[in-house]
Design a binder for this molecule. Structure first.
Ligand SMILES: Nc1nc2c(ncn2[C@@H]2O[C@H](COP(=O)(O)OP(=O)(O)O)[C@@H](O)[C@H]2O)c(=O)[nH]1
Ligand SMILES: [Mg+2]
Length: 195
């Protein structure tokens, strides 16, 4: 059985990039499958197929054709089918399921994934954690990405951390940036702990 990890969050927050780094860090020890969701294309899957050094048949792009929330929360049949195919053909250790970009209310069905991380980024505004939203409050891990951009977009990271702490209660969160390798390693460690 694979462990299935959902990666949700608004368009452009860094979901595909995060799957790319995690796969690069994990692939020597774990077999990875990937399912991406786009509304009208298989753009993210195509991107990952060109970038990653894993069997491209283990990367499946689901074209949801409609509301991106529905395909990960309500009618999960297309995503389930993709995951079942990967499990049957390749027996991966981990399957990452990237949601189509959403607004702050999207969540994964736990019938589709075992755990999910919710990704926001600092360039969307420092006030996002105060605006709450289901993914932000209830995800298994909240990731605040692109901390390197904070000085350029006038975001106070300390204030943002304090807002995140208040809203997450005891649930975990990470502030990360692709410019700081050790933060990506912490994210990888979170995945390994799930296994
Ligand atoms: N500055 C900066 N840019 C990032 C970081 N992570 C991702 N990006 C960029 O953000 C853009 C959107 O990322 P992508 O992974 O496609 O977002 P998605 O729509 O959530 O899948 C891309 O141009 C990435 O290169 C980061 O930590 N810092
Ligand atoms: Mg993406």
């Amino acid at each position: 059985m694979s462990i299935k990890v959902g990666i949700a969050g608004p368009v452009g927050s860094g979901k595909t990039s995060i799957i790319e780094y995690l796969t690069n860090l994990l692939q020597s020890e774990y077999k990875i499958g990937i399912v991406t969701n786009d509304i009208y294309t298989t753009e993210d899957a195509n991107y990952l197929k060109t970038k990653l050094d894993i069997d491209s048949d283990m990367i499946i792009g689901v074209e949801t054709g409609g509301c991106p929330h529905t395909a990960i929360r309500d009618d999960i049949s297309m995503n389930l089918k993709a995951c079942e195919y990967l499990e049957k053909e390749f027996q991966p250790d981990i399957i990452f399921v990237e949601s189509g970009g959403d607004n702050l209310s999207a969540t994964f069905s736990y019938e589709l994934v075992d755990y999910y991380a919710y990704i926001i980024d600092v360039a969307q505004g420092g006030d996002i954690p105060r605006k709450k939203g289901a993914g932000l409050l209830f995800s298994d891990l909240l990731v605040v990405n692109k901390t390197d951009l904070a000085p350029y977009v006038g975001v106070n990271l300390e204030q943002m951390k304090s807002d995140v702490k208040d809203n997450r209660k005891n649930k975990p969160f990470l502030f990360i940036s692709n410019q700081e390798e050790e933060t990506i390693v912490k994210l990888k460690d979170w995945i390994i702990a799930l296994l």
